[in-house]
Design a protein around this ligand. Structure first.
Ligand SMILES: NC(=O)c1ccc[n+]([C@@H]2O[C@H](COP(=O)([O-])OP(=O)(O)OC[C@H]3O[C@@H](n4cnc5c(N)ncnc54)[C@H](O)[C@@H]3O)[C@@H](O)[C@H]2O)c1
Length: 363
């Protein structure tokens, strides 16, 4: 297969981890006979420095022309002034919106080698393998909002949560498709005992699953109960689908099950195949330029890219298996290593590439 991938390394450790992601993609291309062309572009702080805009028109054009986008991270102390008119994260939000990426997928799997590192007891997180699908472009973050003085000493603010049937339906279908490829359990999270938008969410979800996915098991859980169950019985979940703000909070909670920010990939998808893939961590300015960043979240993001944008499931699984083999060998960066036994960003990337090359290529 031939594919074009836009690369947005961004700021801080972004370029270091994206470089390892590209080495892994090149190893996949060589092993499976694919041809990947890369178009590198500026996003975030580095784009502000070079052009004055966090999302230059040339970057958006490169992403729109690509089959998939691989992003590092944006931001850093240099651009952190809250009074600044242009900020790095505007580039990321603008890009998600411009590409119509309404479904954010965050897989959380706890490899056996990392079970001891979780803030939860190892027996609770063993076997955790779930995906949270968060609605990304609707809900309370995008509804009408205002803060006004109703008296000189009294200010009144409101935010409005709005969802339409079609906004709910498209993200529920994305999640249901995933559940069908996995263990067949779809958990829809809402607050239907209180919120009108949640009652609509529950009705639409129930109808779609009943008519289009009768083979799935569907459960509805209230968001407060879900927050509790994620800590009490995380291994029971398969695919969780929820609206924007509930997903924002639950994905951060779920991400801590592994105990390491440097391990967690994400995918943002819209209609069609093109998606944006990035580690969930930020630009980690405290360790930038030192070769200490864990590249595995970015490498696992390339697996999601292969699976969701290029339809290359065997290749995606091969990357995930190579990451597991690297962890098995104890080749990890400082965030996961015992004192004195840490490998560099590049050494971890090299180990993943070597593990990939050792695997037999699936026909
Ligand atoms: N999607 C994004 O681009 C994104 C997300 C979050 C934060 N940010 C930005 O990143 C900057 C730093 O934010 P922060 O410090 O709150 O979050 P961060 O995720 O960058 O770092 C938090 C801590 O985790 C460590 N860490 C993060 N990724 C790591 C990795 N791959 N390997 C090893 N250690 C890792 C860092 O060293 C730091 O101690 C800010 O400017 C913030 O706005 C960007």
């Amino acid at each position: 297969m031939q594919a074009t991938i836009a690369l947005l390394p961004g700021d801080g450790i972004g370029p270091e981890v994206v470089a390892e992601g590209v080495r892994v993609l090149n190893a996949v291309a060589a092993a499976y006979g694919h041809s990947f062309a890369y178009r590198e572009a500026l996003l975030g702080g580095c784009a502000i420095d070079a052009t004055g805009s966090p999302l230059p028109a040339a970057t958006l054009a490169a992403c729109e022309a690509a089959d998939a986008v691989l992003l590092g991270a944006v931001g850093g102390p240099k651009w952190d002034d809250p009074r600044a008119k242009v900020r790095p994260e505007q580039g990321l939000l603008g890009l998600r919106k411009a590409l119509g990426l309404y479904a954010n997928l965050r897989p959380v799997a706890v490899p056996e080698q990392l079970a001891e590192r979780s803030p939860l007891r190892p027996e609770l997180v063993r076997g955790v393998d779930l995906i949270v699908v968060r609605e990304l472009t609707g809900g309370i973050y995008f509804g009408a909002k205002e803060s006004v003085f109703i008296r000189p000493d009294e200010e009144r603010a409101y935010d409005t949560c709005v969802y339409t049937t079609s906004e709910i339906a498209r993200v529920v279908r994305r999640a249901a498709d995933l559940a069908r490829q996995r263990r067949g359990l779809l958990t829809s999270v809402d607050k239907a005992n209180v919120l009108e938008t949640s009652r609509l969410w529950r009705r639409v979800t129930t109808e779609i699953v009943a008519h289009e996915y009768p083979d799935l098991r569907l459960e509805h859980i209230l968001v407060d109960a879900c927050a509790m169950h994620l800590l009490r019985r995380p291994a029971d979940f398969d695919v969780i689908v929820t609206e924007n703000m509930f997903g924002d909070i639950l994905t951060d909670e779920a991400s801590m099950l592994t105990g390491s920010l440097g391990m967690l990939p994400s995918a943002s998808l819209g209609d069609g195949q093109r998606g944006l893939y990035e580690p969930i961590h930020g630009s980690a300015p405290d360790i930038a330029g030192q070769g200490r960043a864990n590249p595995l979240a970015t490498i696992l993001s390339t697996a999601l890219l292969l699976r969701h944008s290029l339809g290359l499931e065997a290749e995606a699984a091969a990357v995930e298996a190579a990451v597991a083999a690297t962890l098995e060998q104890g080749i990890v960066t400082a965030d996961l290593a015992a004192a004195g036994s840490a490998y560099s960003t590049e050494a971890v990337g090299t180990a993943v590439v070597a593990a990939l090359q050792r695997q037999p290529v699936a026909a």
